[in-house]
Design a protein around this ligand. Structure first.
Ligand SMILES: [Zn+2]
Length: 337
């Protein structure tokens, strides 16, 4: 990463300036809290912010996080002995009580070289009830040398007694321009690709950054959009064939339907000549052509049908039937590509 010093005045974080301002003031007046809860969608920057706060808390420099002192360097290398991260074994897994107990044993010791022992508890909404209850003990009897930083997608997913003992910071998606500028300036992404990634990311900067190197999700999105466009221009028979293929892999199908929703939203916006930026900007010409062949009600109906299919699949409807019905609900537009 280059030009790190131009990130939000020393903080190695893109966006979320209001949260950083809050931390900066708290550090300045030595009013930091014992526990923080950073909430927001996946890949929005929660862990990055948590890590930056942990770095700042133990920084020995004048303007934390200075990035230069021994503590900041250890943090940058991910090897500060007073900072520990716990999380479920995988995304969507379970953070267990044993992990919280192990953590508590470690936190009972004095800091080894920093001012604080800091625990970052990632995706704490994945902690089971026993693990959440176990953590309550630490929150109820705070030590002046311990800081807990929890991250979660939503505060509602945690015990209210946990949330009430934390300072809650609810992160919002970054603005389109902010995401785009960051990709261009710090990750050297070409302008056109930066625009596309910013729009597809919906302001989830972590997703956009990951997609600059790992194209798995971009590839699936590319295939999904192409398949949808072929279906819209295709016959009933071709749609049945597509349904057969898609029905074989339900987890992927749910992702495909999410992508299709963004596409139909774009078509709907285009039919109403909305000034709102399209998400699938690289398919703008096809979207405009479809929009010119149908009316807003058709686009709205297709969007709603797609949403309905996601709900039905979640209720264990017959996958093949569900996707067939959906594809036949979509308007037929004569080949447009
Ligand atoms: Zn420092």
């Amino acid at each position: 990463m280059t030009q790190r010093d131009t990130f939000s005045a020393n903080w190695p974080v893109i966006g979320h300036n209001w949260a950083i301002d809050q931390f900066r003031r708290a550090l300045q007046f030595e009013r930091t809290r014992h526990a923080y809860l950073i909430t927001g969608s996946a890949n929005i920057g929660k862990t990055t912010l948590a890590w930056a706060l942990a770095t700042a808390l133990n920084c020995q420099g004048e303007t934390p996080p200075c990035g230069q002192c021994r503590s900041c360097k250890l943090m940058a290398a991910g090897s500060h002995s007073d900072v520990v991260v716990i999380e479920a074994e995988q995304v969507g897994g379970t953070l267990k009580i044993e992990q919280v107990r192990d953590l508590q044993h470690g936190l009972a010791l004095r800091p080894y070289e920093g001012r604080f022992k800091i625990a970052i508890l990632r995706r704490f909404h994945e902690a089971n009830l026993a693990a959440q209850n176990a953590l309550l003990k630490t929150l109820e009897e705070p030590s002046s040398q311990v800081v807990l930083i929890l991250t979660a997608e939503h505060g509602d997913l945690l015990l209210p007694t946990i949330v009430s003992r934390c300072q809650v910071l609810n992160l919002r998606p970054l603005a389109l321009e902010e995401t785009e500028a960051a990709l261009r300036n710090y990750w050297n992404v070409e302008p056109e690709q930066a625009t596309l990634l910013a729009r597809l990311s919906g302001g989830r900067i972590g997703w956009a950054i990951r997609s600059t190197t790992d194209t798995t999700e971009l590839d699936l999105r590319h295939e999904s959009v192409n398949a949808l466009e072929q279906a819209i221009a295709g016959t009933r028979y071709e749609r049945f064939q597509l349904a057969e293929g898609l029905a074989k892999d339900k987890p992927t199908l749910l992702t495909v339907l999410d992508i299709w929703q963004t596409y139909w939203r774009d078509v709907l916006l285009a039919t109403t000549r909305s000034q709102v930026a399209l998400t699938n900007i690289d398919h703008e010409s096809a979207i405009l052509q479809i929009a010119s062949a149908i009316n807003p009600e058709d686009a709205q109906r297709a969007l709603e049908a797609t949403r309905r299919a996601v709900t039905q699949l979640g209720q264990n409807a017959n996958t093949r039937l569900c996707i067939e019905v959906l594809l036949l609900d979509y308007p037929f537009v004569k080949p447009f590509q």
